[in-house]
Design a protein around this ligand. Structure first.
Ligand code: HEM
Length: 403
């Protein structure tokens, strides 16, 4: 946690809408009393991985069984689907245990969460894509892990797979038998377990990593990524003045709580409230943000892919929007060129656009159609990856990035 000075952390935390910022020199001090489990312990989540999954996947990789598993997984898509036939027995037994919602999942809240996703969809596409997606490149461990894993060399396909996850999570029937999200989460959890086995075999990754014991993707790392997604988006929606009922706020959190459980995060680390999530984010996410050569490369590729579609705005505008959403500090780390004219447009036009859309102002702002095209084009980019014939299923990797 030594990447930022205390002052820098406070400034960045405020810029990201994460107001409570803990002292980065202090050890993990987030008590599980604020968690779903409601226990009373202070356990370091960076030394917890996924004991239920990791040894199983390691043995499947060692025995060369993953390609056949990936093929069998092709037909396993809906939450209500039977497990595919012909899987290794150990994997079937494992999936029988984990391919289900946690006992504390609340079906009513999950439905309310789906309705909220629908109502917020345009903002969510924008914030997940240009906010969380780019923020992931200044989360050092995530950037290095993604860069040095197999998917790091194929970012178009990797981005499409990540969109699959986001699309499946945001679908109205995400947690229903016709939805995909429980299956997609299980495939992702298995993928993460494969990365834990594979990356330590990469000399290039070993030479740059600070991952504890050379084991990537701990529970703590997954929590950090959650905060760059759910907690960040929640904070931005609030700071943009978008009205959310108490029921909607609770439902959006609940959806992420279940998602974290399905990725193998222990219940005693999962925040029980938004207040607890913000506090955890202040400990876990804000102080560790930093640029890396790998993250710089990934951000360039991701923004390049986004700029290839017709957003109706210039590349300078796109760069400035990322700066606007994530802070100039992060924009500077990523060396995003300045375009102060676009920035002026955004500073004035975006709040006015949001106010008009939300019915908070009757005045149609100048630039409305430009902002509208921009957000709709981003949404289409996301939806095309999720629904077109190019729907990209998540597959378990069998190697690392060459090099
Ligand atoms: C793979 C989601 C946390 C590193 C994936 C995939 C998804 C995903 C959907 C499959 C797509 C693909 O294979 O590219 C998530 C979510 C997270 C999370 C929702 C937390 C809420 C993390 C963290 C790290 C990480 C904390 C590392 C610090 C990776 C890597 C891959 C991967 C290296 C494999 C890329 C490859 O195919 O080589 N993740 N992830 N993820 N994730 Fe995560």
């Amino acid at each position: 946690m030594q990447n930022l000075s205390r002052r820098g952390v406070l400034t960045l935390g405020a810029a990201l809408g994460l107001t409570a910022v803990a002292d980065p020199t202090r050890a993990w001090a987030w008590s599980s009393t604020e968690s779903i489990a409601g226990t009373d312990a202070v356990t370091d989540p960076w030394s917890v991985w996924d004991d239920a999954t990791d040894p199983l996947v390691a043995s499947l990789l060692t025995n060369g069984q993953i390609p056949a598993v990936n093929t069998a997984f092709d037909s396993w898509v809906n939450n209500g689907d039977a497990l595919p036939a012909g899987l290794p027995a150990g994997l079937t037994t494992y999936l029988q245990q984990v391919n289900t919602l946690p006992s504390w999942a609340d079906p009513v809240k999950l439905l309310q969460g789906a309705q909220f996703n629908k109502r917020m969809s345009l903002y969510l596409f924008l914030l997940y894509g240009l906010g969380s997606g780019i923020m992931s490149t200044v989360i050092p461990r995530e950037a290095r892990n993604v860069y040095w894993s197999a998917g790091g060399a194929e970012m178009r396909s990797r981005a499409a797979k990540t969109f699959t996850y986001g699309y499946d999570l945001s679908a109205p029937d995400a947690f229903q038998p016709t939805g995909h999200f429980v299956v997609t989460s299980n495939k992702t959890r298995l993928t993460h377990a494969a990365v834990r086995h594979l990356l330590p075999q990469s000399p290039a990754w070993r030479s740059v990593t600070d991952d504890q014991d050379f084991r990537p993707i701990s529970n703590g790392d997954i929590l950090i990524t959650f905060h760059s997604l759910g907690t960040f988006v929640y904070g931005r929606l609030n700071s943009w003045g978008i009205r959310m009922s108490a029921t909607e706020q609770a439902a959006y959190l609940h959806m992420w709580q279940v998602a974290l459980h399905l990725l193998g995060v222990r219940d005693d680390f999962i925040p029980a409230s938004w207040a607890a999530a913000k506090q955890q984010s202040a400990y876990a996410l804000t102080p560790i943000l930093a640029p890396t050569p790998e993250g710089l490369d990934l951000a360039g590729i991701l923004l390049g892919l986004t700029a290839q579609i017709d957003l109706g705005v210039t590349r300078g505008f796109l760069n400035e929007f990322v700066r606007y959403v994530l802070s100039d500090k992060i924009g500077d780390w990523l060396k995003l060129p300045r375009d102060l004219v676009s920035r002026g447009l955004i500073e004035v036009g975006w709040p006015a656009y949001v106010a008009f859309r939300e019915g908070l102002s009757p005045i149609l702002p100048t630039g409305f159609s430009m902002f509208d095209k921009f957000v709709r084009a981003l949404a289409m980019l996301f939806l095309n990856n999720g629904t077109s014939p190019s729907y990209t299923p998540i597959t378990i990797p069998t190697g690392n990035r060459p090099g």
